[in-house]
Design a protein around this ligand. Structure first.
Ligand code: IMJ
Length: 254
C-alpha cells in the first residue's frame, strides 16, 4: 500500500510509542521511514528501533525549535527526494497540570501544552510542503484523544490543546486540499505508553473502557498502526479534515 512512499514520523520515544506502531505498519506496507525523537535520553532507544528496519533515518528534533524541524525536512528531502506521509505523535504538558482542577492551569502551563501539542502540527507541516509538492500531494496524520471533545478526569489542559489540534486539522485540511494533501486525526483509545505512565487512575480508565465500549475491549497499538496505514494510503483518498476514532466504539456511549 505504501510502496515507494516516504513517511516522516514525529514523536517516537520507545517500542511502546504509538508513533512506533504506526512506523511499523507503514514499513510493512513498503514505506521508507524517517523517525524523530526528542532529546538525547531517547536516542539509544530510538536508534535501536530504527536499526530493525533497513534504510530508516533517525533524527533528534524538538518540535518547538524551527531550525531543528527545518533540518529534519532538509535531510529527508536530500535522502528521499520528497515526502508522502507525515505523522504528528507529539504532546507535552507539565505533570502538575495533569492532576487536580483545570481551573488551576497556569498561564505558562497553558502556553507550553498548546505550543508543544497543538502549534507543533503547523510548525512541522509548513516546512514539509515543498517535499509533498514534489510527490504531487500526500497525507498528514495527527494523534489526538477523546479528552479534546469531552471532559476526561485529569486530562485538563491537554484536552484544550487536543481541541486546538483537532481544529487545526480542519483548517490545515482546507488550506492544503488544493495541493492534494489530506489532513486527518486519529483519536486513539487509552494505551499504556510512556505518555500514560504515572497518570493516576489509568488502570481504572482501561477497565472502564473494557466494561462500556461497544466492543467490550481496549485497543492495541497495532490497531492505531492499521488505521494510520488506511489514512496514509490511497484507500482514504477522499477523506480529509476528519477525526477517526480507534477506540472500540467507546466515544459513542452516554
Ligand atoms: C493523560 C493525562 C490524563 C489522563 C489521560 C492521559 N488519559 C490518557 C492519557 C486518560 C489516555 C494519555 N494521553 C492521551 C496523552 O495525550 C498524554 C499526554 C501527556 C502525558 C504526559 C505525562 C508526563 C508529563 N507530561 C505529559 N504531557 C502530556 O510530564
Amino acid at each position: 500500500m505504501l510502496k515507494d512512499k516516504t513517511a516522516l514520523v514525529y514523536g517516537v520515544a520507545n517500542d511502546r510509542s504509538l508513533a512506533w506502531a504506526i512506523a511499523q505498519a507503514f514499513s510493512q506496507a513498503g514505506a521508507r521511514l524517517v523517525l524523530t525523537y526528542q532529546g538525547e535520553r531517547m536516542e539509544r532507544n530510538v536508534r535501536a528501533l530504527a536499526e530493525t528496519v533497513p534504510g530508516t533515518l533517525c533524527y533528534d528534533c524538538d518540535v518547538t525549535n524551527d531550525d531543528e524541524i527545518a533540518a529534519v525536512c532538509a535531510n529527508t528531502d536530500r535522502e528521499c527526494g520528497g515526502l508522502d506521509v507525515l505523522v504528528h505523535s507529539v504532546a507535552f504538558a507539565r505533570k502538575e497540570e495533569l492532576a487536580g482542577r483545570y481551573v488551576d492551569t497556569s498561564r505558562d502551563g497553558f502556553r507550553i501544552a498548546n505550543e508543544v501539542s497543538a502549534y507543533s502540527l503547523v510548525a512541522v507541516t509548513r516546512p514539509a510542503l515543498p517535499l509533498f509538492e514534489k510527490r504531487g500531494g500526500g497525507s498528514i496524520i495527527a494523534l489526538t484523544y477523546l479528552g479534546a471533545q469531552r471532559v476526561v478526569p485529569n486530562y485538563n489542559v491537554m484536552g484544550v490543546a487536543k481541541a486546538a489540534l483537532e481544529a487545526s486539522v480542519r483548517y490545515l485540511a482546507a488550506d492544503l486540499g488544493p495541493l492534494g494533501i489530506r489532513v486527518n486525526g486519529i483519536s486513539a483509545g487509552p494505551v499504556k505508553t510512556l505518555a500514560a505512565r504515572g497518570i493516576s487512575g489509568f488502570g481504572s480508565i482501561l477497565a472502564h473502557v473494557e466494561e462500556r465500549a461497544p466492543l467490550r475491549r481496549n485497543i492495541s497499538d497495532s490497531d492505531v498502526g492499521q488505521a494510520a496505514l488506511f489514512l496514509a494510503s490511497d484507500m482514504s483518498r477522499n477523506i480529509t479534515g476528519e477525526v477517526l476514532f480507534v477506540d472500540a466504539g467507546f466515544h459513542i456511549m452516554a
